[in-house]
Write a protein that binds this ligand. Sequence first.
Ligand SMILES: Nc1nc2c(ncn2[C@@H]2O[C@H](COP(=O)(O)OP(=O)(O)OP(=O)(O)O)[C@@H](O)[C@H]2O)c(=O)[nH]1
Ligand SMILES: [Mg+2]
Ligand SMILES: [Zn+2]
Length: 361
Amino acid sequence: MTTASPTDSLIGIGLTAAMFQQLIARPAHVGESPMRVIEVRRDAVCVHDGLHVRPAIVPPTIVQSLTDDALAVGDWVLVDEPAPQRWRVVERVPPLTQIARRTNDGRGAAKRQVLVANVDTALLVMGLDHDFNARRLERYLALAHLSHVPAVLVLTKADTLAPAALERRIDEARESLSAGTPMFALDTRSADAAACLAPWLGRGQTVVLLGSSGAGKSTLTNTLCGEPLQDTAAVRIDDGRGRHTTTTRTLRFASSGGCVIDTPGLRALRLDIDDAQELAGVFDDVSKLALLCRFRNCRHQNEPGCAVREGLPAERVRNFHKLQREARRDSLNALEMREQRRDWKMRGREGAMRARAKRGS
Ligand SMILES: Nc1nc2c(ncn2[C@@H]2O[C@H](COP(=O)(O)OP(=O)(O)OP(=O)(O)O)[C@@H](O)[C@H]2O)c(=O)[nH]1
Ligand SMILES: [Mg+2]
Ligand SMILES: [Zn+2]
């Protein structure tokens, strides 16, 4: 790169000062330009050069070199044009942040899936209707924290609740938030929503919207962009669930100058952690209270004098244990996993035998 300063058009597609440093540190090659991935398709990507959207192929060599760390919306790439109007990704600039979850590779093994890259803020979108669930919120907060991306909680559909019910839900949500995490309760269809979120959506900033289907992510995207770019659909009448209307992650441009990545509602969110210790930073209230537990190695399960169980709502402690168990299970290898399953089965059988003996006695 020979550019002396980031051009205005690249800042318009979310180039930050830190990413600019990454770009200028790379060796310059004639004919290559930095562009941002705004959509990922099966065998190609859509990239933006600050002025235009281009379809670009991703050569197999690049795909293979990235494996667990696939190209994602928000990535910066170097693109050349080997023939007129044919664009090709030649390199991915190492991302500064990635938000990833764990999925299955189809053969039972855990696989890392990058959702988005290079975002400055995660807007965690949750409906105040049937969608509201403090335990799921904790999971999303953990996702952002583990990715080192600051979170902002956006509670949607505030217009559908009576003031007292709204207050109750806001209080419940606050119990899950660590100090300093901003929270808004909004009608995402109103211009007020864009005004509240403007501090995270100035020129050069990028946010991602994460949440379940029907939470209002696309409705909010449209409000932030000032036009109906994303399809939206009413939630199901019988159970209030969303219809998985959005199917791809797409980067859009907000009226206030920032970038917004709308995403499909996640059906399942498994955290991408190898070490249960990593969760300590997410549940900082647990870590703080743990210092006051009677036993140094207290697991906060049924030990006497446990300050964590005394000081926090039982549901939050239960969720902490659940996420920890998940983290431990994910870090087991296949053999250990089989052994653990055998162990569980045996314990289940023993339990059933005990219950039968008790009934018989
Ligand atoms: N009353 C009210 N309705 C809202 C609000 N936000 C979203 N909705 C409605 O909720 C429904 C679902 O909104 P979407 O924006 O499609 O939800 P989504 O999160 O994008 O869902 P997926 O694309 O399926 O992941 C739509 O009918 C919206 O009009 C809000 O703040 N108030
Ligand atoms: Mg949507
Ligand atoms: Zn304890």
